[in-house]
Design a protein around this ligand. Sequence first.
Ligand code: 13P
Length: 239
Amino acid sequence: MRPILAFNWKMNPQTEEEAARLAAASDETGVIVFPPFPLIHVVRNQLTKAMLGAQDVSAADGGAHTGEVSPEMLKALNVSSVIVGHSERRKLGEDDALVASKALQAARQGISPLLCVGESEAERSDGLEVEVVTRQLKTVFDLLGREGLGSRLMVAYEPIWAIGTGENDAPEDANRVAEIILKVAEGFNLFPRVLYGGSVTSATAGRYIGKHSTLSGFLVGGASLKPEEVRNMITEFLL
Ligand code: 13P
């Protein structure tokens, strides 16, 4: 199956011109671009083959929620996928229950949640990665499973200590966690595709995906802001 390249731009770039250039470089079938909200229109106008994503969504479906963006608004923009549970948002106080509500609201509008899970450096040193990831998965799987809305769910395993640090998880470790994610999902009758994220570049990505790997793509941050990196990854995995 064709791998998924999910490009999380985070709070970048700063101008519409840069966003348009980057979106044009990323426009290939199998890519999902996640721009910041103010740049969604610019990116949407550039994409002909890649899918459009959003970095966040409200757990409410409308009303008095200053600063929030509803799933219905995202759907009207042709957003097909939304990131929930990213560690950079969990750090701001989002807990598993809120992440699950966001995933549910998105799924109700037909938008695929891309659920991020992953352990901290201290949790990894204590051998707690499976426990942490399993806890992060269960609340979301339970809610989506109960409503029969998990069919287009994706999960990204992103060890926090590997995000933006240049640290790479060992491919066998990342695939071992991916297997556990699939096993937990199976218990809820869910069959998500599992991506890996954390300092992924065109030089390192190939190690994670092979004949026997469970991972089926990447959630890329920093490298997705460099057109040359983007072209290299697209050439290696999608062309
Ligand atoms: P980096 O690729 O910059 O480490 O970011 C990973 C990430 O958090 C993607 O969501």
